[in-house]
Ligand binder design. Structure first.
Ligand code: SAH
Length: 459
């Protein structure tokens, strides 16, 4: 983060705008929206500023900028077309530790004016750190469409209940849960459709009925194969409302960034040279946290029910009577296949697809090779990198041609995705001679030949 975002109280406080043209009037308009006490310094004023001056809305110092004018100001904006003046304003402000913005000159700014979505008291500010104001504006336009105008009213209504809710729930966690329930209930719709009185009554009633005792819950959430764009809406919502996130190695940093900022994070994956937390301990951690009344998001790579040991985790939860829900996700095979341009089935080449684990037990990959080594089907090996030699050898030994194409997809759907293509005979050597980073997925079958024609992602 190059700039620290905050909302600044400038109501009735002196702010200085240096410049009297069209741009200046736009900046002054913004400051006036926040009820600032605005002084404009400029030899002349444009029509809008002139009018505000005559109405007494702004003060005017007719003349050039001089350093003593910054005395007592809490914020300064410069927008003259004279570079030397802009620079002088910047230097003077910096020397006196007053936030300063020189319009269209990021180097001379100690703060940026963001793109603003105003649903007061709800305000969203978007910045690209000066890199692309147009992008920020486009994003704001998108937010305009998803944040109905009624959100301002909803925020104001919530504000009017703040003290009452605080009195009713002494524990901040209980307050947060109360508000989450309220704001996601039909009350929001009541406000949006103008039924303010009904909404107010519903909150009053909920305050009386609310139960102080909160029971925890576990969300077993699939985080997909890596690209945060592939998360489901529900996954995202639960990641943002959980009190604790229990994650492991396959959940990418980018996805962790989307979790609630102040959630406690418990990492249970394997660190380099260290062992992962044993499955039984993870099960117990989930039970303990939920029994403390926490909402726990158990975040797992891919889909929780595909080689994810999700079944074992919820078995323990069910036995302990802890409420839970499971959120499905895109599994690595689907992600890798789409991003590598390898359809898992195809009318001409493959009528079925099988997901198997290539995880070795005691040095062998213990699989029903006879069933796997058939033409016209696709086999996807999860956790197969270590066993690649055995996998290829056995598939050939059980009847597949040596020339059957094989794809190895590294870090599928992430910017580090790489696709290695070979056949059953040559893949083990390719793996040996390449620097391959886990996690990887191995796809065996004629559909792999379509990769060249259909891949759109870099490989
Ligand atoms: N539940 C997960 C699988 C967990 S098993 C899912 O549904 O995807 C772990 C194995 O998944 C890894 O060894 C690897 O074979 C595969 N895998 C997970 N993410 C992957 C990715 N981004 N790219 C390639 N393989 C991946």
């Amino acid at each position: 983060m190059d700039y620290f975002p905050l909302f600044y109280q400038i109501k009735n406080r002196p702010c200085l705008v240096v410049g009297g043209g069209e741009v200046a009037s736009r900046k002054v308009a913004l400051l006036l929206k926040a009820n600032a006490d605005v002084t404009v310094v400029s030899p002349e004023l444009g029509a809008t500023l002139e009018q505000w001056k005559s109405e007494g809305t702004i003060k005017h110092i007719a003349g050039k900028f001089s350093p003593e004018q910054i005395e007592g100001q809490v914020l300064i904006i410069a927008c003259t077309d004279d570079e030397a003046t802009n620079k002088l304003v910047h230097e003077t402000a910096v020397k006196n530790n007053i936030p300063v913005n020189v319009v269209d000159n990021p180097k001379l700014c100690t703060f940026i004016v963001p793109s603003i979505l105003d649903r007061s008291p709800l305000v969203a500010a978007i910045s690209t750190g000066g890199a692309s104001p147009v992008l920020a504006r486009l994003l704001r336009a998108r937010l305009e469409t998803v944040i109905p105008a009624g959100y301002g009213k909803l925020a104001a209504l919530a504000g009017s209940f703040r003290d009452k809710v605080k009195q009713r729930f002494s524990n901040p966690a209980d307050r947060r849960i109360f508000w989450e329930n309220m704001l996601q209930s039909p009350i929001a719709e009541m406000v949006f459709s103008g039924k303010d009185k009904e909404a107010k009554e519903a909150i009053e009633k909920a305050l009386v009925d609310a139960d102080e005792v909160t029971t925890g819950e576990v969300y077993l959430v699939g985080a997909g194969p890596g690209d945060p764009d592939l998360l489901t809406f529900r996954a995202l919502r639960l990641m943002q409302q959980a009190d604790v996130i229990v994650n492991d190695r396959l959940v990418s940093k980018e996805i962790m960034e989307l979790c609630r900022r102040d959630a406690e994070i418990i990492y249970v994956g394997k660190e380099r040279d260290k062992h992962a937390v044993p499955q039984e301990d993870i099960n117990q951690i989930l039970v303990r946290l939920a029994k403390e009344g926490k909402r726990v998001c158990r975040l797992k790579g891919g889909d929780p029910f595909i080689f994810g040991r999700g079944g074992e985790e919820i078995e323990t939860l069910a036995a302990e009577q802890v409420p839970f829900q499971v959120v499905p996700a895109i599994t690595a095979a689907s992600g890798a296949a789409s991003y590598a341009g390898i359809p898992l089935t195809h009318r001409d080449y493959s009528q079925s697809v099988t997901f198997v684990t290539g995880n070795r037990k005691d040095g062998t990959v213990d699989l029903n090779w006879k069933a796997l080594a058939h033409k016209n089907q696709t086999i996807v090996f999860y956790m197969g990198l270590m066993g690649i030699e055995i996998i290829c050898k056995q598939m050939i030994a059980h009847g597949l041609p040596e020339t059957t194409p094989v794809a190895l997809v590294q870090k599928a759907t992430t910017p580090e995705q790489k696709v290695f293509i070979a056949d059953l005979a040559s893949m083990p050597d390719l793996v040996k001679s390449s620097d391959i980073q886990p996690p990887t997925l191995i796809i065996v079958g004629e559909v792999v030949n379509l990769h060249k024609k259909l891949s759109w992602f870099h490989s």
